[in-house]
Design a protein around this ligand. Structure first.
Ligand code: 26Q
Length: 823
């Protein structure tokens, strides 16, 4: 019987039983012997020990769901950025403490074993991590749910710096096997692509389209169990791996080409090989479309198989049992695929087909930037998915008829709203397909949703105002406070009890301690401990010694011009210049900490990385600085590294141009761990400000309305450049060869160019002066330890709104109409 959870299990969770289990798994499952086992072997044995206990609950959950024929939500996403699985599993099972002891009794250290685990890095950034946080909340809150995606053999690339430049390496995360995967050959799906459409008479004498000469590929499901926290529920993440359909091409085979025939298999196997490393659309790559269709088709077939098994009666019940959430437009082809299955394969009428489809799908938008909206050329689309292209034209025809009814004779409206963009070449607009085919369209923060309605899809909004709604993002407090910051978690539990990880509003009770001098000291002592730990990582990974009593100023997120790491760099240069010009300058010592991956083909982002590294190299080795500022760029940003950095942050940089960051989620993680935000009024920063109070956040910069105003008047960054001596100096400085004396001339010049001649698309220069001024206030505020501690505590106490539990309850109640099913 379980000692730490109320859920009744047969496997024993006592220290001695766990120890026994670890040894059994090591010996019989891994075939390793205790005296010869490596740390990795032990980590695997411990993982299997946790997994055995998770599987019991998985079976109980899945059989309860089946027996009750429950309504489920299916979360379709090209990305699930799960990070490490072990500690999260142990916390959620409630066996962390006993397992720590068991491992100790075996003469090992759990912390060390945990570091042996590779991250499950099957995502780029915010969108992928959001999907992972949502699974944690769905399981914790007992919602019937399944996540569907791709089992990439290579996740997001591993990043290394060589001479300050980003070098990408393949992330071979499966090299030593994955103890969390459960392969399910009994649920293999076969899907089709390419070929052409022919018209033939069917058995009923109807003239019908038929998709012929298609290529077949198999999808093999790999299940990753996701246990909820303090509950019996375990849900599934089902990821598809592609396999060649035919053993051999028989023709080639029979002609004696045995080796060639076997080699041809690799085409089918390449689909699930690698995650695309862009976090904005990379246009037109055929393999990406093939990936999207592959996993969508496998997933829909799996959903339909389950639906039919539980509901033999026919299609009437489908949309009452199935809700499908589309994580951005990446899986939006599902709208055409379900239409095709119902209409072509199940022979429903078009009206019935469309009714079911539009009661099934809901679409989440994650970006406003027009250039990031997914489009496929009609040519490419028709080659890969000829029948789907026809179906999209059919959908569009009915859509155009609706527009004609709403705006009779208005062809301009039809042009704007069409799923097909009439240009050279013609394009399929996936966002329009997603909006037309879904009953719900949501943004991910209040301002983002307002901008969706007002600027991205105003005509769709006018056509269908009730379709649009907001679901402000959230993060799981289990991983992003309990697991990543055990010292702070224990302090919190000692004051307000242990129920906060599941009832996050309990954190409000910490407000009572915000002015308590003892508590403040304890809170900041823990921050200091976390900073010491991060300093050791910085020493090891960057070779830079930093002082943990300095202010840790943190910007961790994908490298993007709109996120404005270059604005942070201009601030650093400004301080450096001031120090050189005034050797006695008395400023709060700071460590500037960056971590970010740049998309491999995004040259400007890579130049910004090089610039930060070059400036850091110079500053860190300049004796005149006397350690007042240090600049470090931690390589290979990933979930497990975020879990180390976030608890150690004093200041959270959230400095995107207003109107560009849909929500942000790192902002929430950092605030929850007691970092103060310096930020623009963008994305969820606005809601963070509302929660923590104006006096506990540092806001600067032009607002969305002001940005619009500036752009309307015609923005000229040279105006700011010429008007501000200090700004001019640092912009010229970074564009010069000063920081890269040993390299080809001009390698950092594009940075200056983009801020001036290039037009400064993200208004860096327009926000510079306000940013510098705001940073001065931060430096002064940090020197008042008690006042800073109070602000930090109030941040932790007041950001409960940003638990993904709240977000998931909102989706469940308002979008999915989903009930909780306790196990
Ligand atoms: C699309 C087509 C081809 C190749 C790549 C892509 C692609 C992949 C990933 C496009 C976009 C992404 C990821 C986007 C993303 O992470 N967006 C972020 O989503 C977060 C969760 O809602 C928000 O908090 C962030 O503001 C948003 O930038």
């Amino acid at each position: 019987m379980s000692s730490t959870s109320e859920f009744q299990t047969t496997l024993d969770n006592s220290v001695s039983a766990l120890k026994e289990s670890i040894l059994q798994n090591l010996t019989y499952r891994l075939a390793r012997f205790p005296n010869r086992a490596t740390k990795r072997d032990w980590m695997l044995a411990v993982s299997y020990t946790a997994r055995d206990r998770i599987l019991e609950r998985l079976q109980a959950t899945q059989s309860t769901h089946q027996k009750n024929k429950v309504r489920r939500v299916y979360y379709l996403s090209l990305e699930f950025l799960m990070g490490r699985m072990l500690s999260n599993g142990l916390y959620n099972l409630g066996i962390f403490d006993n397992l720590t002891k068991a491992v100790e009794e075996l003469g090992l250290n759990l912390e060390e074993l945990r570091n042996e685990e590779n991250d499950m890095g099957l995502g780029n950034g915010g969108l992928g991590r959001l999907a992972a946080c949502f699974l944690d909340s769905l399981a914790t809150l007992d919602y019937p749910a399944i996540g569907y995606g791709i089992y990439y053999e290579y996740g997001l690339f591993r990043q290394e710096f060589v001479n300050g430049y980003q070098i990408e390496h393949p992330d071979n995360w499966l090299k030593f096997g994955n103890p969390w995967e459960i392969v399910r050959p009994e649920y293999i799906q076969t899907i089709e692509m390419y070929g052409e459409v022919e018209y033939i008479f069917d058995d009923l004498g109807n003239y019908r389209p038929k998709w012929v000469n298609s290529k077949k590929v198999m999808g093999v499901p790999y299940d990753i169990p996701v246990p909820g926290y303090d509950t019996g529920t375990v849900i599934l993440l089902r990821l598809w791996r592609s396999r060649a359909f035919e053993e051999f091409n028989l023709e080639t085979f029979n002609q004696g080409g045995y080796v060639e025939a076997v080699r041809e298999k690799s085409i089918g196997e390449s689909i699930s090989k690698v995650l695309y490393p862009n976090d904005k659309t990379e246009n037109g790559k055929e393999l990406r479309l093939v990936q999207q269709y592959f996993f969508v088709s496998c997933s829909l077939r799996d959903i339909i198989r389950r639906f039919k098994a539980e509901n033999p009666g026919g299609w009437e019940l489908f949309s009452s049992k199935v809700a499908v959430q589309l994580n951005d437009t990446h899986p939006a082809i599902a709208i055409a695929e379900l239409s095709r299955i119902l209409y072509d394969e199940e022979n429903l009428s078009w009206e019935k087909t469309w009714e079911i489809v539009t009661q099934t799908f809901a679409y989440t938008n994650h970006t406003l930037m027009p250039e990031a909206l997914e489009k496929w050329s009609v040519d490419l689309f028709g080659r890969v998915l000829p029948r789907h292209l026809q179906i999209i034209f059919e959908i569009n025809k009915h859509h155009m008829e609706q527009i004609e009814r709403h705006w009779p004779g208005d062809n301009e409206k039809k042009r704007i709203l069409s799923i097909i963009e009439e240009g050279h070449p013609k394009m399929v607009r996936m966002a329009h397909l997603a909006v037309v085919g879904s009953y719900s369209v949501n943004g991910v923060a209040a301002i983002h949703t307002e901008l969706l309605k007002k600027t991205l899809f105003p005509e769709f909004f006018e056509l269908n105002p009730t379709k649009f709604n907001n679901k402000t993002n959230g993060i799981t407090p289990r991983r992003w406070l309990q697991a990543c910051n055990p010292l702070l978690s224990n302090l919190i539990s000692s004051k307000i009890g242990k129920s906060w990880p599941k009832n996050i509003d309990e954190l409000k009770k910490l407000e009572a301690f915000a002015e308590d001098a003892e508590f403040q000291k304890e809170f900041m002592r823990i921050k200091f401990e976390n900073k010491k730990r991060l300093s050791a990582i910085i020493e090891k990974d960057c070779g830079v010694t930093v002082d943990p009593s300095a202010l840790f100023d943190v910007q961790i997120k994908r490298l993007h011009e709109y996120k404005r790491q270059q604005l942070n760099l201009l601030h650093i240069l400004t301080l450096y210049r001031r120090i050189i010009q005034n050797p006695n300058l008395d400023i709060q010592p700071r460590v500037f900490i960056f971590a970010a991956k740049a998309a491999p083909g995004y040259d400007m982002a890579k130049t910004i990385i090089k610039a930060i590294n070059a400036v850091g190299e110079k500053i860190n080795n300049d004796p005149r600085v006397e350690n007042r500022i240090k600049v470090v760029f931690l390589p290979n940003y990933r979930v497990s590294l975020a879990q180390r950095i976030i608890p150690a942050a004093d200041l959270s940089e959230q400095i995107s141009t207003a109107g560009t960051e849909a929500s942000g989620t790192g902002n929430m993680k950092l605030a929850l761990n007691g970092a103060l935000t310096i930020g623009t009024l963008d994305g969820a920063n606005i809601e963070i400000k509302e929660e923590v109070g104006d006096e506990n956040i540092f806001i600067f910069g032009h607002t969305v309305d002001e940005v619009e105003e500036i752009r309307k008047k015609g923005y000229n960054s040279f105006d700011y450049y010429h008007a501000n001596e200090e700004l001019k100096a640092v912009v010229d400085w970074i564009g010069s060869n000063y920081f890269t004396p040993d390299e080809h001339s001009g390698i950092l010049a594009p940075l200056r160019w983009s801020l001036l001649e290039g037009g400064d698309r993200y208004l860096v220069l327009a926000d510079y002066a306000q940013y510098i001024e705001c940073q001065e206030k931060v430096g002064v505020a940090y020197r008042n330890h008690a006042a800073w501690a109070k602000m930090a505590i109030l941040n932790t106490a007041r950001v409960g709104k940003f638990s993904s539990d709240r977000t998931i309850h909102e989706y469940a109640r308002n979008t999915w109409k989903l009930s909780q099913v306790p196990i």
